[in-house]
Design a protein around this ligand. Structure first.
Ligand SMILES: *[C@@H]1O[C@H](CO)[C@@H](O)[C@H](O)[C@H]1NC(C)=O
Length: 262
C-alpha cells in the first residue's frame, strides 16, 4: 500500500515536473499537411531579412524591435564568412561581429531566426561572403569539391556551426531553419558532391533534427542544380513575380511540404 502510494506521488511529481518544463521544443517539415510544425502545431512564419553585418551593434535592438512591431515573427540573416575569418584561422566575433549577441537579442524580442550561413551567401556582399584569401590559390574552384576550397569550408564551419548549435530551436534558441549555400542552382559548377558534402557537414555539427533547406530562383532550371535530398527546397521571388508559377516550380522539386518564398 505504502509502496503504491509512494509510486503515485512519484508519478505525480514527474507529471508536474514534465508540465513545468513543457514538451520538448520541436520544429519540422510536415509533408502530410504541407506545412511547418512547431511544437506539434502547424506553423507559418512571415520573415524579413536583416543583415547584422551592415548595422552597427548599437542599432541592432532598435531594428529588431521595429521588425517585430511590423508584425514579423521571424527574421533571416546571412553570416558572411569573410566578415568573421579575416585571414586564415583568424576569427572575429566581437563588437559589430558578435553574431551570438545578435541571436540573443532576436530571441529576447520574440523573433525566430532563419539562419543563412552560406558558406556562399551572395547577399550583395563582397564575393558573396567568401574570403578573398581563398584566391591565394590561383586555380581554386570556389563553391565546388575543390579540395582546398573544401578544406577552408570545413575549418570555418567547424568553428561557426558548433557556436550556432545552442541557438537552435530544439536547444531552446530562436533558430528554426538553416539554409545551406545560396541559390546554388544559378552557379555554373552544378557540383552535387559539394552539396552532399555540405549536407553531411551541417548535419554532423547541428544534428539530424534541424530543418536544413536550400533557396533557388523560382524556375525548374535553377532548382535542377540547387536541390538535393535532405535539404528542403524553397524558392525566392519578388513582389512582381507570378506566385502560382513560382510555387509550381517549388512543387516540381518538393511535391509535398510548406510553400516557401525565401
Ligand atoms: C501565372 O502563372 C500561371 C501558372 O503558370 C499562369 O497560368 C498564369 O497565366 C500566370 N499569370 C500571369 C499574370 O502571367
Amino acid at each position: 500500500m505504502s509502496v503504491l502510494r509512494c509510486g503515485c506521488i512519484l508519478q505525480l511529481l514527474l507529471l508536474l515536473l514534465g508540465h513545468s518544463l513543457g514538451a520538448p521544443r520541436s520544429f519540422s517539415v510536415d509533408y502530410k499537411n504541407d506545412c511547418f510544425r512547431k511544437d506539434g502545431e502547424s506553423f507559418r512564419y512571415i520573415s524579413g531579412s536583416i543583415h547584422y553585418s551592415r548595422i552597427p551593434r548599437v542599432y541592432w535592438k532598435d531594428r529588431l524591435l521595429k521588425m517585430y512591431m511590423a508584425g514579423l515573427n521571424a527574421i533571416q540573416t546571412y553570416i558572411p564568412w569573410n566578415y568573421h575569418e579575416v585571414s586564415p584561422g583568424q576569427y572575429i566575433f566581437t563588437g559589430d561581429r558578435d553574431v551570438e549577441y545578435f541571436l540573443k537579442l532576436a530571441h529576447d524580442i520574440g523573433l525566430l531566426v532563419i539562419l543563412r550561413p552560406g558558406p556562399y551567401v551572395c547577399g550583395e556582399w563582397d564575393m558573396g561572403g567568401l574570403p578573398a584569401w581563398l584566391l591565394n590559390k590561383k586555380d581554386i574552384v570556389l563553391r565546388s569539391s575543390d579540395p582546398d576550397y573544401i578544406a577552408a569550408v570545413d575549418k570555418w564551419m567547424g568553428k561557426l556551426l558548433p557556436m550556432m548549435k545552442p541557438y537552435l530551436y530544439q536547444n531552446g534558441g530562436p533558430i528554426i531553419t538553416v539554409q545551406v549555400e545560396n541559390e546554388y542552382g544559378s552557379y555554373f559548377a552544378c557540383d552535387y558532391n559539394y552539396l552532399r558534402h555540405l549536407t553531411k557537414l551541417f548535419r554532423s555539427y547541428l544534428g539530424k533534427e534541424v530543418v536544413l533547406f536550400t533557396t533557388d530562383g523560382a524556375s525548374v532550371g535553377y532548382l535542377k542544380c540547387g536541390t538535393i535530398q535532405d535539404l528542403y527546397a524553397t524558392v525566392d521571388f519578388g513582389p512582381g513575380g507570378n506566385v502560382s508559377a513560382a510555387f509550381a516550380a517549388q512543387r516540381h522539386a518538393e511535391p509535398h511540404g510548406p510553400l516557401v518564398n525565401s
